[in-house]
Ligand binder design. Structure first.
Ligand code: NAP
Length: 552
């Protein structure tokens, strides 16, 4: 346990509540809490919701599920934990994931460090003592040496500014804020606005119970089958036997998946071989359509076009009405330029006579009325409107927390032109503040990247303690170089170019790449470098003895 400092200067804001204060009880926050406590720090965690889960707490809409394989998304820090939790499906549904995260919290006795219904409204760095004071919406203050915001990238739902949204008299829900109480959609006339991963997940799952379902699509997406399946008891056994080997792959692979990379290019194969390979891809699970597809599928226009033509033929083969099929085929972007959704029964659903598709490029929404949605074609009445319209990705939650660093610098001003980070964990001007799982963090199977980050942060804090420091702040060179790497990499492939990955779905948000374009190899390399040369990328000082800065 770290000794709580006894400030000797006049400025004495009182004792610390914890060495490490974490915000957010999602996958990353729970992991960070566990590691920091295991490393001997006193810990606290604040969570805005009234339960554990983060994304898997808020996104409880019907059909919400992983599109990373369950066991590859799960924690790997305890073999016992891995052994005792049997995921039922290759791609688990939200309730199972929420149960799993609750199980982890209870199994490792983490709940006693957590406070729920505690939304952070401000977080202020106190320079003389190098501590953070965090205030929650009920006015409670907490002071800590280190502040770790594990607030996630998809935590702030986005509602488009459509006139009349508040006028609707029926039920209106965002997928990212789905009510905890069951929502009865039986025999209801339902609209789903948005056809990203959330919209295309919920629609086919509710179709059987509703009276009618109208999908409002602004951009068609290249959806391919998730190919989910139950995990058989033999497979369960194999997972346990192969845990070490699987962990090794997951802990070292580029995007944190098990899917093997393909070193062939599309035109290495004959037309016939290519079509057979695409068929294999179509039948393969989840993200393998990206990770195991032809190596040049994102980099060569011809290769991308071939894969898109294959999907086009599939869509036309499934959707009986040619007009509807045509609307469902993207015309404005290639595969991977938007985050590809993985679906079950999505295209098939349009053969049900109670399902219709409104192409918002032809007939945009003009307004929401008391009874429904008005486009140039008139008003269509609904009982329920589902907003599957996405999130203020990457920086949304961090910039709403009232974070102020050195000299009162507001994070919202520091990042006015977009986030600048080192390793996606720290930014200059905000000592002792970390944000794993935030901007520049991941670009693949999120828990694997975010796990790398929380492990790094924990080691960095332990090294501060061991070396007699209590303050850590990234230097400007390291931040500039990492941010430049992210921006450069983002321009090298069309991946996510047409998507919220650049923040462009939010009016007024600067266009900046929000993922880690260097992937895990770059993260591993930089972390190794930082640790090999004694954290020189950071300024490490000692403050708690009254400002005696033992700078390194
Ligand atoms: P999203 O991908 O940002 O999709 C938002 C949808 O809303 C898009 O179709 C967008 O159209 C549409 N939209 C936005 N503003 C609109 C407007 N004014 N009028 C009409 N339509 C509008 O959000 P999401 O589907 O919630 O997914 C976000 C991310 O969450 C995913 O990419 C994924 O990373 C994660 N997620 C994962 C899973 C999973 O399977 N594990 C499931 C759900 C979500 P445009 O494309 O034209 O902008």
């Amino acid at each position: 346990m770290m000794n709580h400092p006894e400030p000797t200067h006049e400025h004495d804001p009182g004792p610390l509540d914890a060495d490490v204060l974490i915000v957010g009880a999602g996958v990353t926050g729970i992991h960070q809490l566990y590691l920091a406590r295991e490393a001997g720090f006193s810990v606290r965690l604040l969570e805005a919701g009234d339960g554990v889960g983060g994304t898997w707490y808020w996104n409880r809409y019907p059909g919400c599920r992983f599109d990373s394989e369950s066991y590859t998304y799960a924690y790997l820090f305890s073999k016992e934990l891995f052994d005792e939790w049997e995921w039922r499906e290759q791609f688990a549904e939200q309730p199972e994931t929420e149960r799993y995260l609750n199980h982890v919290v209870d199994r490792f006795d983490l709940r006693r460090h957590m406070r729920f219904d505690a939304r952070v409204t401000s977080a202020t760095f106190d320079e003389p003592t190098a501590t953070w004071t965090v205030v929650t919406d009920d006015g409670t203050k907490s002071r800590s040496r280190y502040l770790i915001a594990a607030t996630g990238v998809l935590s702030v739902p986005f509602y488009p500014d459509v006139p009349g949204r508040a006028d609707f008299r029926g039920q209106s829900m965002h997928t990212g804020r789905w009510p905890a109480a069951p929502v009865d959609l039986t025999a209801k006339r339902v609209a789903v606005i948005g056809t990203g991963s959330s919209g295309v997940q919920i629609a086919p799952v509710i179709v059987d119970e509703v009276a009618s379902l109208t999908v409002y699509q602004r951009s068609a997406n290249w959806c391919t089958p998730l190919n989910n399946a139950p995990i058989t008891s033999d497979e369960q056994k194999q997972l346990r036997v192969g845990f070490e080997a699987m962990s090794e792959v997951l802990n070292t692979s580029t995007a944190g998946f098990l899917h093997p990379a393909n070193d062939r290019s599309a035109f290495d194969d004959t037309e016939e071989e290519r079509q057979a390979f695409f068929e294999t891809m179509w039948r393969s699970p989840g993200f393998s359509k990206l990770s195991s597809n032809y190596a040049d599928v994102l980099f060569d226009d011809g290769a991308n076009a071939e894969w898109c033509e294959f999907i086009t033929r599939k869509i036309r083969g499934i959707v009986q009405d040619p007009g509807t099929a045509d609307k469902l085929i993207p015309k404005d972007h290639g595969f991977g330029e938007k985050r590809p959704p993985f679906v079950t029964g999505y295209y098939e659903m349009f053969n049900d006579p109670k399902v219709s598709l409104v192409d918002l490029k032809q007939t945009p929404i003009e307004r929401i009325t008391e009874r429904g949605i008005e486009t140039a074609d008139g008003v269509q009445e609904f009982d329920v409107i589902v907003w599957a319209t996405g999130f203020d990705f990457g920086t949304g939650a961090l910039l709403r927390m009232g974070v102020r660093g050195r000299d009162g610098l507001a994070l919202v001003d520091h990042w006015a032109e977009g986030p600048t980070t080192f390793l996606g964990v720290q930014t200059t001007g905000f000592p002792n503040f970390f944000f794993p799982g935030g901007p520049h963090a991941a670009a693949g199977n999120n828990p694997r990247y975010n796990g790398d980050q929380v492990e790094f942060i924990t080691r960095a804090l332990a090294s501060l303690r061991d070396d007699g420091f209590d303050t850590i702040e990234v230097g400007p060179e390291a931040e500039e170089s990492w941010t430049a790497m992210v921006d450069r990499g983002a321009g090298q492939s069309p991946f996510g170019e047409a998507s919220y990955f650049f923040g462009t779905n939010i009016p007024g948000k600067p266009r900046k790449y929000l993922l880690n374009s260097g992937g895990r190899p770059k993260l591993f390399k930089e972390i190794a470098k930082v640790e090999a040369n004694d954290y020189q990328a950071f300024r490490r000082t000692r403050t708690s003895d009254g400002g005696n800065r033992g700078q390194r």
